[in-house]
Design a protein around this ligand. Structure first.
Ligand SMILES: NC(=O)c1ccc[n+]([C@@H]2O[C@H](COP(=O)([O-])OP(=O)(O)OC[C@H]3O[C@@H](n4cnc5c(N)ncnc54)[C@H](OP(=O)(O)O)[C@@H]3O)[C@@H](O)[C@H]2O)c1
Length: 302
């Protein structure tokens, strides 16, 4: 890694913690970001134990508060990270709203990384950088297109049955937003040295993702856990995208098991992608921006 500062969000446990282990092992100074200071501290101790001599920092940030995300970006810009892995996510109850009125799932899973990566891309000096966005299974997500007229799940339409699954459907929509954001951002970063790709970590047991699950969803999650691998496996594809010379310069793709994979047509439709970008810009209070104005090292900047 040429400029070895790596940022990983959602690093206080689960897959993110294992990505932190891998990045520390690769020689990076790792900045671990998550909401809970206590969980982050424990996780950083475990990473230090796994990688003796590792350079680890923690930065507690609540991604549900977009002002905190902006402040994080300001702290990270002078550090000039060469890798940023956007991994934080939550499956919040439908009535879990931030003080700004956003569904917590939308704010944490989509709006926070949208804001953070746009701010970093626009303010970091030209250099090779890799942004990785941890998404979810393209096959499963094909059934849950983003409702572009209701990003914030105000109407609750189309969330299906049984009711205990509805927070998961809202979550799944945000994971499709992650994919659409990767495609949109890659287009805007074209011609720069910054790449952005998405990754499905696999279905992974023992993480904190199901911490709010209830009823049939909880039972479903517990049953899945009997058959799925642990977090180390989930870290593999994001880590490979962050570190492997084989993917130098590769951008705008979504990977499953280190293989570029197509995603549903509702995630690749340019009209839908642009609509999501514009509505996200409005919700985070950023200008929409032009095609190529996101990075200072863009070829056509003038
Ligand atoms: N596990 C799976 O089977 C699976 C499958 C497909 C995709 N994924 C994706 O993999 C990624 C990691 O998930 P995981 O399974 O490892 O779940 P996890 O153990 O629950 O990890 C989620 C991370 O996100 C952080 N986070 C949650 N709310 C936050 C907030 N408001 N502000 C800042 N950080 C916040 C958590 O920090 P705190 O502990 O401080 O709250 C935690 O570090 C997610 O993007 C998820 O969508 C997982």
């Amino acid at each position: 890694m040429s400029n070895p500062v790596a940022v990983i969000t959602g690093a206080s446990g689960g897959i993110g913690e294992q990505i932190a282990v891998g990045l520390a092992d690769a020689g990076a100074t790792v900045i671990m970001v998550a909401r809970s200071l206590e969980r982050l501290s424990w996780a950083s101790e475990r990473v230090a134990h796994s990688v003796p001599g590792a350079s680890i920092e923690i930065d507690p940030v609540d991604f549900a508060d977009l002002a905190e995300v902006r402040a994080l970006a300001q702290r990270l810009i002078p550090r000039q990270p060469s890798v940023v892995v956007s991994n934080a996510a939550v499956i919040a109850p439908l009535d879990d709203r931030t003080p700004a009125g956003l569904h917590r799932t939308l704010a944490v899973n989509h709006l926070a990384p949208y804001l953070l990566l746009r701010l970093l891309a626009a303010n970091l000096p030209a250099a090779a950088r890799r942004f990785i966005v941890v998404g979810a299974s393209p096959r499963a997500l094909a059934r849950v297109p983003v409702d572009l007229d209701d990003l914030n799940t105000e109407t609750r339409r189309g969330l299906g049955w049984p009711p205990s699954f509805r927070p998961f459907v809202a979550y799944a929509r945000t994971k499709n937003m992650n994919t659409m954001f990767v495609y949109a951002m890659a287009q805007r970063l074209a011609g720069t040295a910054t790449t952005i790709n998405g990754a499905h970590p696999g279905i992974i047991k023992g993480t904190g993702l199901g911490r709010h699950d209830r009823g049939a969803l909880k039972l479903f999650g517990s049953t899945l856990n009997l058959f799925t691998p642990a977090s180390e496996a989930g870290a593999q594809t994001p880590l490979w995208l962050a570190t492997d010379p084989a993917v130098e310069g590769v951008t705008g793709s979504f990977f499953v098991d280190r293989t570029a994979t197509s995603t549903a047509s509702h995630t690749t439709d340019p009209v839908r992608i642009e609509a999501l970008w514009r509505e996200s810009a409005r919700l985070v209070g950023m200008p929409v921006g032009g095609d190529r104005d996101e990075a200072p090292d863009a070829d056509h900047q003038g």
